[in-house]
Design a protein around this ligand. Sequence first.
Ligand SMILES: [Ca+2]
Ligand SMILES: [Ca+2]
Length: 398
Amino acid sequence: MSVLPGTRAAATIAAALLLAALPAAADKGKRHTEAAPLVIGHRGAPGYLPDHTLESYTLAIQLGADYIEPDVVATQDGHLIARHEPNLIATTNVKDLPQFANRKRKAMVDGAEEEGFFASDFTLAEIRQLRAIQPLADRDPSFNGRFMIPTIEEVIELAKRKSREEGRRIGVYPETKHPTYHQQLGLALEDRLLAVLQRAGWNHRHAPVFIQSFETANLKALRGKTGVRLVQLVDADGVNPDGTLAFNPPFDKPYDWVVSGRRGSYADLVTPHGLAEVRTYADGIGPWKPYLISSACKLISNGACADSNGDGLVDERDRALLPPSNVVANAHQLGLLVHPYTFRNEQKRLASNFGGNPVNEYLAFYELGVDGLFSDFAGTAFAARAMHLLKTDQASGK
Ligand SMILES: [Ca+2]
Ligand SMILES: [Ca+2]
């Protein structure tokens, strides 16, 4: 099945996509009626199994995820596969496969040089020879080398099959990774993704689909082509000791702003003015969670964070929460959904206030009113949501 349509076919697809987009106007402003807050299986269930594999997505669904989240990158022959980065070195066994040794090279991704093996140098048939590995050193590596790299079609098929088996609607939440980079390679993701969704019957307003991006221009272009709900991701580079966010390249602003010369930072997207701009093309925001609730640490003399709990390490456990921001309230006032990322169970990733229990972090964000969240451990997000719904008495009748 070709995903590189000729001009005539492209015109037909464009017309079909435009038709599919038309209902969006009538629905604009209407809140959807899904169970809230949504549990989004971030990269599947990577707290347990390697990211972006059908096995990891399946586990996320079994743990209660409403949506599974494939990150989308393109192969040389224009297929869309689920990977966190175009560079395959950290999440696959590619470096161990002699047939691909000559593919190793340097490439610029969003203005930063990387060395590795890039998906755009591999056909889908070659991608089929790779197996996923766990990229985080502190997570279980024992499943490395076992699971294949799925296409986005296969992720959608899985969501549909599990929806039938589980008797509940499971959606997909694809992220267009590095849209400008892919455009510059001649492998733009957006129309390819819409064509995949169209073939699946999911290119419309009421489909169980959100498309997300850290860039802005591609979401604005998508708004004119599809009724599918769109989410503007909002990143930053780090959290300063005082809880303010740090903005250092390449995590300071959407890369399309770098290319177009637009000044500013990601933080501009979550001011009331920025949110109003986002509302013109997106249905929600996906902010890094410190935009909603940040944390601060005590300082040592060189300006770095102190090891407040005296365990010999400096991490989130040495931080205390600050009062929540107004971002959720301001976004809701404009009718924007808020889906923060990323929630993780590991002790070192939990601020001191949570007492080492990740449930407490979820409860804090659910109580703040988020409409969903991205979790590496969907089961914990699901259990905490059940507790939240019982606490707020919304569980009756479910
Ligand atoms: Ca993602
Ligand atoms: Ca410590």
